[in-house]
Write a protein that binds this ligand. Structure first.
Ligand SMILES: [Zn+2]
Length: 430
């Protein structure tokens, strides 16, 4: 026992030493700083970082000599500095292409997981320091999240959404030999309110931070079952209730308006895609305060693939062309009407690391650049209930900081070329 205690004491001492080393100061000289998206950017600022957190922001370029201990200085004097971006809809285990079916058959879960580390890194290096994974193989997704949080591997901060879906619905396996479908059917496929209550509790049990449901059909499921409502009201309500009881929020994939309305009425926190959001859903969005996660990049990607490649089945192609074409206009109307927007790309449909393309599409649809940046920082933090730790560059928050060449407020395409990335005080790209 005594020996054990001694070892423990030594370990604690070592930990304390490591923490002290981390506590040394980094000062960032920012030529332009957009500390709080939505408020004006300031010139000639210093961000003081200690360990993984921001300590303070001060006017002018502070001198290293003003601080005690070891001080490192990062020169971003000719850069535009802003908070790390966030993407509320990624699938880190997957990238859409002609090989998806064979990959499902050939790759082990472990291989898929190893590849997701690479996709995560591409995302982080593109300036996205926090993502919500909106559906992946659960154990592998939770392990990646935990591995990153523990510092075993590098990657973005991951909020992992566990999927709950109905038999034959968008989240269920499709387009395969029946024996294989049986093999790949998730235990979180449910039918009826009580079964969906069970499935919701089950995904929380195994590690989900969020619940992801699919109230309507989806483009990429290989069944001609449309993009309208699929989950029933009693199922939706049970999922939301079971989730809330255990402190989890719910995101619902939804294309047609009937499914958007049903999910909003059931009390979900975000609608993913919202492709056919019309006046009725806009009203309900505003009443419930739910966020719309537009994923315009997914719409554009599937539309182009449907037209220019031949790997999609006819069932998928038809849905891709119709849905892809509807998204942009309805997003613009929802934004103009005051619906809350949280940035999300559905990356995995598009290539990982191109997440900033969504910002370009949002600006093209008529959203001002400042609001786009806000949707990927302040608003996403709010959706995740993490405003006290991420979303802006302010004292006490994680030092999630990126920089680009010049102001993305003048040219949103600057976000396509992020050349400095710090997450939790650690520099990943300089
Ligand atoms: Zn998705």
């Amino acid at each position: 026992m005594r020996h054990y205690l001694t070892c423990l004491t030594i370990s604690l001492l070592l930990l304390a030493t490591a923490a002290t080393a981390l506590a040394d100061t980094t000062i960032i000289h920012a030529g332009k700083l957009l500390a709080i998206p939505g408020q004006a950017a300031k010139s000639t600022q210093t961000i003081v970082v200690s360990g993984e957190r921001i300590v303070k922001i001060q006017d002018g370029y502070a001198d290293a000599g003003e601080f005690e201990g070891e001080v490192s200085v990062i020169d971003l004097k000719n850069r535009f500095v802003l908070p790390g971006l966030m993407d509320m809809h990624v699938h880190l285990q997957f990238e859409l292409g002609p090989k998806n079916d064979s990959e499902t058959l050939k790759m082990s879960s472990q291989q898929i997981e190893m590849r997701s580390v690479m996709y995560g890194m591409r995302t982080l290096l593109a300036g996205f320091t926090t993502v919500r994974d909106a559906g992946s193989r659960p154990q592998e997704m939770y392990a990646l999240r935990d591995g990153i949080n523990n510092g075993w591997v590098d990657g973005p901060r991951i909020i992992a959404a566990g999927g709950v879906g109905i038999t034959g619905g968008h989240a269920d396996i499709s387009g395969m030999n029946p024996k294989l479908m049986e093999m790949f059917t998730s235990e979180n496929v449910c039918d009826g309110p009580y079964d969906c209550r069970r499935a919701t509790r089950n995904v929380i049990k195994y590690g989900a931070d969020w619940i992801k449901i699919t109230s309507t059909g989806g483009v990429l499921s290989d069944r001609a079952t449309g993009t309208g409502q699929q989950m029933e009201m009693d199922e939706l309500k049970e999922v939301v209730l079971a989730a809330k009881r255990m402190g989890r929020k719910v995101a619902s994939h939804a294309h047609q308006e009937d499914g958007i309305l049903a999910a909003l009425e059931a009390g979900v926190d975000s609608i993913e895609h919202g492709s056919y959001a019309g006046p009725e859903s806009i009203k309900l969005f505003k009443k419930t305060g739910a966020y719309l996660v537009p994923t315009l990049l997914a719409g554009e990607t599937v539309l182009l693939m449907a037209k220019n490649s031949d790997f999609m089945s006819p069932a998928i192609k038809d849905k891709a062309i119709a849905t892809g074409a509807a998204m942009k206009g309805n997003f613009a109307a929802a934004y103009k009407a005051g619906v809350k927007i949280a940035y999300g790309t559905d990356s995995g449909v598009s290539k990982h690391g191109t997440n900033a393309r969504e910002a370009v599409l949002m600006v093209q649809a008529g959203m001002p650049a400042m609001d786009v940046i806000k949707s990927a920082t302040v608003s996403t933090a709010d959706l995740l209930d993490m405003s006290s730790s991420i979303g802006t560059i302010e004292a006490g928050k994680f030092a999630d900081i990126i920089a680009v060449g010049s102001s993305p407020l003048d040219n949103i395409e600057e976000l396509l070329d992020v050349d400095f990335v710090m997450k939790g005080g650690k520099v990943y790209k300089d």
